[in-house]
Design a protein around this ligand. Structure first.
Ligand SMILES: Nc1ncnc2c1ncn2[C@@H]1O[C@H](COP(=O)(O)OP(=O)(O)O)[C@@H](O)[C@H]1O
Ligand SMILES: [Mg+2]
Length: 389
């Protein structure tokens, strides 16, 4: 018996590979579509829930009593009332309050509204690691939520053709994102089709967070770039500069840009690293993942020296490691975390993203319900509920 037959006898069936994969793809995408429509009726849209007075107080450092007094005296934004008559504020109203207090107490302005000031540059934060499942996208979403809740203006940019980030912000990559509506539109090499980055930015349900969605189209950039490099035909910026240049057009509109990168070290990830002013490398504390991260760091080191040789300087404010999907009760994980801390010291962020079924379930439902308590240890705040219309 030939080796292929012997292996096949061990693993299974006779169907040819192409048709089996196509059949499985069809089955799975059909099932996912069904699940999605059941959990998320097509007409449903995500909304951000409003916040109770005590939550607003925690977020803004404006005392409860002041908020209540303002409301009774009719000053400031008018909160809605719940059935039990408790006051609730939208995030837009919370930001209104922030601006109000900032104006009233200029000496304390930064406490009320931590947006960047004159002379401070835009923070472009790349979340990277070519290991899939290291919680890059989850980290992007939670960080974006956290920053927006605290009054920052955030642009979330999906560079991953799998577009999970877009999906979590309610832009289903196959349905809601059309041709030339991803970041590819702003990066592409053909002048006729290229669009200003401003035109592809969309608002999200979350006040203070804008999104540039992704879908399979962004892969075009990985295909086109080597062609352009090979025949040196392109006029304009070389590949790794294009993202940075595009972002500079909307520089004034944001405090933080968060880049969700694909699980590969291609031209998109490289562009992200070049555009970034800081970087978080997410790492799941398991030996295989750490081995893969080691490869990632080696390759990135090589690529950065190539960039340096071509005259490009990387100048990042910080690079940190974030331990993700962390189970503190798991002994092997603890060993890995201890090793990382020993090797990289304070570059490994002290708080870790704890493995939690709440986060996982939220991901499955396409719905992020809790902001991660790691960002400032604020405690879990349910932030989004799917509204049924
Ligand atoms: N803290 C966590 N607890 C439980 N599950 C998590 C946590 N963080 C991420 N996940 C899950 O792990 C999977 C991979 O996360 P994801 O953010 O998509 O990784 P990446 O973008 O690096 O591929 C997802 O199913 C996500 O819901
Ligand atoms: Mg991802």
């Amino acid at each position: 018996m030939a080796i292929a037959n012997r292996v096949e006898a061990v693993v299974g069936s006779k169907e040819d590979a192409g048709s089996k994969i196509m059949r499985h793809a069809g089955l799975l995408s059909g099932q996912l579509q069904q699940l999605r429509t059941r959990m998320y009726p097509p007409k449903s849209e995500k909304t951000l829930r409003p916040f109770l007075t005590n939550e607003v107080s925690k977020l803004t450092s404006i005392p409860d009593s002041t908020l209540k007094l303002m409301s009774t005296e009719g000053r400031g934004p008018v909160p809605s009332r719940l059935e039990n008559n408790h006051r609730v504020y939208t995030l837009a109203q919370i930001n209104e309050l922030r601006e109000l207090f900032m104006m009233q107490k200029p000496s304390d302005a930064l406490r009320f509204l931590p947006r960047r000031r004159a002379g401070e540059h835009l923070q472009v934060l790349a979340i990277a690691n070519f290991k899939g499942g290291s919680a890059k996208t989850t980290t992007c979403v939670h960080l974006a939520h956290y920053l927006a809740l605290h009054g920052y203006r955030v642009l979330a940019l999906d560079l991953d053709p799998q577009a999970s980030l877009s999906a979590l912000f309610g832009a289903q990559p196959e349905v809601d994102v059309g041709a030339n509506e991803t970041i590819y539109a702003a990066l592409r090499y053909d002048d006729a089709e290229r669009r200003p980055i401003h035109d592809i930015i969309r608002k999200t349900y979350f006040d203070g967070i804008d999104l540039i969605p992704g879908n399979l189209e962004v892969m075009e950039y990985e295909h086109e770039t080597p062609r352009i490099l090979a025949n040196k035909s392109s006029s304009g910026a070389i590949f790794f500069e294009r993202l940075k240049l595009a972002l500079s057009e909307v520089e004034a509109d944001y405090d933080v840009v968060i880049l969700d990168t694909p699980p590969s070290l291609g031209f998109l990830t490289l562009s992200a690293i070049y555009a970034a002013t800081s970087m978080i490398i997410t790492v799941h504390p398991a030996m295989l993942d750490v081995a893969s991260m080691s490869q990632f760091l080696l390759m990135m080191g090589d690529l950065i020296s190539v960039l340096n040789e071509s005259g490009a300087q990387l100048d990042q404010d910080f690079i940190r490691y974030l331990v993700t999907r962390h189970d503190p009760n798991d002994a092997p994980q603890s060993q890995v975390v201890a090793m990382l801390r020993h090797l990289f010291g304070s570059d490994v962020l002290l708080p870790t993203a704890i493995e939690s079924t709440a986060v996982e379930a939220a991901g499955l439902a396409g719905n992020v319900r809790y902001t991660n308590s790691n960002w400032g240890r604020l405690g879990a705040i349910p932030t989004s509920v799917p509204a049924r219309r």
